[in-house]
Design a protein around this ligand. Structure first.
Ligand code: NAD
Length: 449
C-alpha cells in the first residue's frame, strides 16, 4: 500500500533508473523512522498524517511565441491542512513529477509544524524547461496553470510561493491572475514571495539562505560539532548558486567563514589558492555570462568534485537526491546543511550517520523561506509592512528556537539507553518534534465527523 496516495505503488515508481528510491518512498521511509519514537500513539492517527489530502493534475495548453500549441502538465498537492491553510512553492523544472511534488508537499507540512507556523503543507510544479521558454511564454504558462487550479488555491486554503526556477515575477503573475478571477477582495495573501511594490515582504528573497546560515550558526554554538563552535573560520562548499546558495554564501562571508567552492547547473569553481572565493567577481561574471566557470583565481570543478571537497560545511542548495548511496562515502564535510529540499537520500543518511557526519535537515535548514512567507501573509492581511530588522529578528528567534528543540531531542535520543539501533540523527529528531505537534493537534481536533 502506498500510504502517500492511498494506492498500491507501481513497481517502476519505487526506484529510479539509478536504483534510488522515488521521492514519495523516501518521505515514507523518513516518516517510518520517526514513527518508531512516537510509541503510545494510535497507529490510525499516524496514518492520517502521511497521505496527501488532495492531488490535482492539470493539462496546460499554451500558445508559444511561434504560434505552435504545447501542452504542459502541472500538479498541486495539498498534503495537510491540520495547522492552517496549505503552503508551498511552485517549481518549473523538466523533472517535476507527481511523486516529487507529493514528497515536497509532505516536507512542507513537517516544516511548518516544526517551526510552529500556522500553515499546512502543499507544493506545486509544472514539468517544463523554463530556460527554453521566453518570458511571455512563461507568463502564459503561469496564468493558465492558475486558472486551471481555480478555487483550489486561495488566501485561506492553499497559498503558493516561489521555488526552483520561479521567482517574484512568477508570483506577480499568479497574484494578478487570481485577482482578475476574484475581483473586489484582498487577494494579496493568495501568494507569497511577491515583488516588494505589490505586497511582498522585506527580507523574503533572502530568507531561505539566511535561515540556513542562522540554523548552522546555532547548531555550532550549541556544541553539536566537536572543535567547531562558530562559523568564523569555517570552510564551506555550496552546490547551487541561485536564490538560496548565493545569499548563504554572502552571509557566511559576513560571519568570517570562507566559501571555498560553489557550483551551478553549468559547473563549479574552487578558489585556486584554497582560500575564500571573491563573491563580487563571481556574481559579476554570472550576471554577464550566465556561468561561474572561468572566474579569475579559480579552478573548474565538477559537481561530483564539489560534493567530495574537504570542508567543514557542505550546503547542497540545488536539487533533490544529490547525496546518495553512490557518493555518500566520498563526502568529506563535517556537517551537511540541507539548503535544498531532500538533497540527501535515506541510504546516504545511514552512511553519513555511521561516519559521524551531521545532517542539518531540510525541514529546519531551509525553513527561513516559509517563515518569512508567513510574515508576508500576515502583513498582507493586516495591510501593513514591517521593517527589515523586525523581520530578520523574528526569523532568527524562530530558527534558533526550532534548532534548540531539535538538538535537545537529538541529545535525548543519544542518551536514551533503550534507544538501541533506532536512528538518532538530526532529521529524525526534527521529524519527531514536528509529528508530535501534528498528532497533538489531530487528537484535539478529532477526525471529522
Ligand atoms: P534557484 O532556481 O534560484 O537556484 C537553483 C540553483 O541550482 C541554480 O544556481 C542552478 O544553476 C543550480 N542547479 C540546478 N541544477 C543543478 C545541478 N544539477 N548541479 C548543481 N547546481 C544546479 O532555486 P532556489 O530558490 O535557490 O532553490 C534551491 C533549492 O532550495 C531547491 O531545492 C528548493 O526547493 C529549495 N528551497 C528554496 C526555497 C526558496 O525560498 N527559494 C525555500 C525552501 C527550499
Amino acid at each position: 500500500m502506498n500510504t502517500m496516495t492511498g494506492k498500491a505503488p507501481a513497481a517502476q515508481t519505487t526506484t529510479n533508473s539509478c536504483g534510488e528510491l522515488a521521492p514519495e518512498r523516501i518521505i515514507q521511509q523518513q516518516f517510518k523512522r520517526a514513527e518508531q519514537h512516537l510509541s503510545g500513539l494510535d497507529s490510525g492517527l499516524l496514518e492520517v498524517l502521511l497521505p496527501a489530502r488532495r492531488t490535482i493534475t492539470v493539462n496546460i495548453p499554451v500558445e508559444l511565441d511561434d504560434g505552435q500549441i504545447r501542452t504542459f502538465v502541472g500538479y498541486r498537492v495539498l498534503h495537510n491542512r491540520l495547522l492552517g491553510p496549505g503552503k508551498g512553492g511552485i517549481r518549473f523544472h523538466p523533472d517535476v513529477s507527481l511523486s516529487e511534488v507529493s514528497a515536497l508537499a509532505a516536507l512542507m507540512t513537517w516544516k511548518c509544524a516544526l517551526l510552529r507556523i500556522p500553515f499546512g503543507g502543499a507544493k506545486g510544479g509544472i514539468a517544463c524547461s523554463p530556460k527554453q521558454l521566453s518570458q511571455r511564454e512563461l507568463r502564459r504558462v503561469t496564468r493558465r496553470f492558475v486558472s486551471e487550479l481555480g478555487d483550489n488555491i486561495g488566501p485561506y486554503t492553499d497559498i503558493p510561493a516561489p521555488d526552483l526556477y520561479t521567482d517574484s515575477q512568477t508570483m506577480a503573475w499568479i497574484y494578478d491572475t487570481y485577482d482578475a478571477l476574484h475581483p473586489g477582495e484582498n487577494n494579496l495573501p493568495v501568494v507569497t514571495g511577491k515583488p516588494m511594490a505589490m505586497g511582498g515582504s522585506e527580507g523574503r528573497s533572502e530568507a531561505t539562505g539566511r535561515g540556513a546560515v542562522l540554523a548552522a550558526e546555532r547548531l555550532l554554538s550549541l556544541g553539536a560539532v566537536p572543535q567547531l563552535s562558530s562559523l568564523d573560520g569555517a570552510r564551506v562548499a555550496i552546490q547551487g548558486y541561485g536564490e538560496v546558495g548565493r545569499v548563504a554564501a554572502r552571509l557566511l562571508h559576513e560571519r568570517g567563514a570562507s566559501v571555498i567552492a560553489v557550483s551551478d547547473s553549468r559547473g563549479g569553481v574552487l578558489a585556486s589558492n584554497g582560500d575564500r572565493l571573491d563573491l563580487d567577481q563571481l556574481n559579476a561574471q554570472k550576471a554577464e555570462t550566465g556561468t561561474l566557470v572561468g572566474v579569475a583565481e579559480t579552478r573548474t570543478i565538477t559537481n561530483a568534485d564539489l560534493l567530495a571537497l574537504d570542508c567543514d560545511l557542505l550546503i547542497p542548495a540545488a536539487l533533490g537526491g544529490q547525496i546518495h548511496a553512490g557518493n555518500a562515502q566520498a563526502v568529506n564535510a563535517r556537517v551537511i546543511v540541507e539548503g535544498a529540499n531532500r538533497p540527501v537520500t535515506p541510504e546516504a543518511d545511514d552512511i553519513l550517520t555511521k561516519r559521524g557526519i551531521l545532517v542539518l535537515p531540510d525541514i529546519l535548514a531551509n525553513a527561513g523561506g516559509v517563515t518569512v512567507s508567513y510574515y508576508e501573509w500576515v502583513q498582507n492581511i493586516e495591510h501593513h509592512s514591517w521593517p527589515l530588522e523586525d523581520i530578520n529578528g523574528r526569523l532568527r528567534a524562530r530558527i534558533n528556537n526550532a534548532t534548540d528543540r531539535v538538538v535537545a531531542r537529538w541529545r535525548a535520543f543519544a542518551s536514551d539507553q533503550d534507544n538501541g539501533e533506532r536512528c538518532t540523527d538530526l532529521r529524525t529528531a526534527a521529524l519527531v518534534e514536528a509529528l508530535e505537534r501534528l498528532t497533538s493537534v489531530l487528537e484535539q481536533r478529532g477526525v471529522w465527523p
